[in-house]
Design a binder for this molecule. Sequence first.
Ligand code: CP
Length: 316
Amino acid sequence: MHNLVTVNNVSDEFLSNVFSRAKEYKYRRQHSRPLWDELHGRLHNHLLLTDFFEPSTRTRFSFEAAMSYLGGMVIGTENAAEFSSFKKGESLADNFKVISAYCDIIVGRFLNEGEAQTAADSSMVPVINGGDGKGEHPTQALIDLFSIIEKFPNPEKLRISFIGDNKHSRTVQSLARLLARYTCIKEMVFMGAEEVNFSDEVFSDELFGIAKDHELDVVLVNTLDQSFIKKTDIVYITRSQIERHYFKGTLQGNFIFTNEIADMMPAHGLILHPLPRNSELPVEVDNNPRAYYFQQAHNGLFVRMAILEELCLNRT
Ligand code: CP
């Protein structure tokens, strides 16, 4: 694989390599400083360029940390819209034609859906989509799946509930597409206010066509329906993506995932959130034994180290 723009072109081999490497890196980080330090040098002399047109905490810092721990180098901008010649009218295609001569791999975050593909088409080196508008966020989906497998190593008939601004969330788009491949996923429930939830049309071939060959129940609900919460294995919450629509969070009120609601989940349940969070996930939930979102964010370092290694060394 050359670029990582969408989960649709992530092969099983790539996924398996990334997850086994990420698991090993996590082990080294948590158990042995010398083993961790040994990783330094794996990407010696490789240069990562981060070109971000939207703000980020996790994606940019974890990629930059990942390349640094692997012994590579990092250059970039946290605000390409302001601090690159994009501000002077340079096109995204020209931007990537030029900067791809200065590095070995690029992580970009883009304002609009489809721009990651434009960037990849213009680049001479691999491009990783760090989020393009409401399009996709494939590395986040890999982190989410890695975190799910940590909790459910032998998954069987899992039910997952996506709660919040499903329609405008690129993390939901990528994770739902990725999970739809697997026969161990029995049910996906999408809960959100009607204005920001998926519509029936989305469940056409485009999003879930890949799941046609297995039984997958897909349910749309426009309330925070406790009957689903009580039997769901995984809750995946997202904030209102107020930068992409005009509802400005006004629809979030009926979808606050309180600790009382979290306790309705089965005891083995898992609560994920790609972060950042707003009022939809109160701080009181952090101490709930099902809460896993900070571990999920920490997993970002290991999964992104493995992704950089796979793509830079062109392993799969
Ligand atoms: N989850 C995620 O993409 O976070 P950032 O926007 O902080 O990168």
